[in-house]
Design a protein around this ligand. Structure first.
Ligand SMILES: Nc1ncnc2c1ncn2[C@@H]1O[C@H](COP(=O)(O)OP(=O)(O)OP(=O)(O)O)[C@@H](O)[C@H]1O
Ligand SMILES: [Mg+2]
Length: 318
């Protein structure tokens, strides 16, 4: 396999009323052609931000993304995007929603060919009998099937998925994971999927990329998943590596994701904090904005200080 997508020094700074907020910084990742990457990390760390930059829907502040040998500049039909809810046009049927994109991508094809493509993908995702229904007549899972069909019908080289199954019940989620992986396999697409679900990541991914907590989030760790493909859920669950890998991911999310980055706390006046050597996680209790934020002080374990309204140490010296 060769490198298909090279993300180099990627950064995103959003303007905020309080000044620029550096959400993603120095995010580096090389993705092989045909690889399935799952991106996990705490809520708000910047996963969607990275994905939307890959989609070309969010301008890059720093760094570069090389996709298929070319520098990425804006959205394109080479990338299909599936979001948590598929934003279908409510006045069009499932078929017409998928056809909308197909008409643009296959503009040289005949009407019959386009019809066959759209019908094929809607059937593969299990909507053969419901393709002429409007979104309002479909369940959430069915609407998400339309979203998947729409993305695949464009024959993208890369598929970008942002928690596509996050709103579905677990049975529907399992079913759609199977649909997704079957289509990914058949079309040899490179995929990047954001998920909160470590079991989903272990079932789908070739590599699981763990992001550090923001601000200035980056790649914290990468876990390679070597379960043979095609994967059978029962076999994956029974694999001797499954639970150690699952534990590794959970341990990352609950412990190590805090370790990177430095204390750059937004600060409300009042209490002076001084933290001595050692990696200390501090929970800021002060301003509304900071409430509940866990901030790690200095990876090198040097003294760091910040002025915040109040704080309590929640995890001394991990
Ligand atoms: N347009 C914007 N302007 C300012 N800040 C933004 C903007 N979009 C996102 N952010 C901030 O960037 C951070 C990362 O947001 P993002 O949506 O990428 O996180 P996420 O990891 O996808 O979170 P979740 O898991 O909850 O979906 C958040 O603090 C968010 O408030
Ligand atoms: Mg998100």
């Amino acid at each position: 396999m060769s490198c298909f997508c090279d993300i180099n020094g990627l950064g995103k700074t959003y303007p905020t009323p309080k000044g620029p907020a550096v959400i993603v910084k120095d995010f580096d990742l090389r993705i092989e052609e045909g690889e399935f990457i799952c991106l996990i990390g705490h809520s708000g760390c910047g996963k969607s931000t990275v994905l939307s930059m890959l989609a070309g829907l969010n301008p890059i502040t720093e760094g570069v993304i090389i996709l298929g040998g070319k520098e990425l500049a804006g959205p394109g039909p080479d990338r299909g995007v599936v979001f948590q809810s598929p934003s279908l046009l409510p006045w069009l049927t499932a078929y017409e929603n998928v056809m909308l994109g197909a008409e643009q991508v296959y503009y040289t094809a005949s009407k019959l060919e386009r019809h066959q493509i759209v019908e094929y993908y809607l059937s593969v995702v299990g909507l053969a009998d419901a393709m002429h229904k409007k979104p309002g007549e479909l369940s959430q899972g069915m609407r998400q099937r339309v979203g998947i069909a729409r993305a695949f019908a464009l024959s993208p080289r890369m598929l970008l998925l942002d928690e596509p199954f996050g709103m579905l019940d677990s049975l529907t989620r399992y079913e759609l994971q199977q649909v997704l992986i079957a289509l990914w396999n058949r079309n040899s697409i490179t995929a990047v999927m954001v998920t909160h679900d470590v079991d989903e990541a272990l079932f789908l991914a070739d590599r699981i990329v763990m992001m550090t907590n923001g601000p200035e989030a980056e790649v914290g760790d990468i876990l390679r998943v070597r379960f043979p493909r095609p994967r059978d859920r029962k076999e994956v669950l029974e694999h001797p590596d499954y639970y150690p890998m699952r534990e590794y991911l959970i341990e990352y999310l609950s412990e190590r994701s805090h370790r990177r980055g430095q204390f750059k706390g937004e600060v409300d006046i009042h209490t002076q904090i001084n933290v001595a050597r050692g990696e200390n996680v501090i929970e800021l209790m002060g301003s509304r904005e900071n409430q509940g934020n866990r901030v790690n002080l200095d990876r090198q374990g040097q003294q760091a200080s910040g002025v915040i309204s109040s704080a309590r140490q929640v995890r001394p010296g991990i």
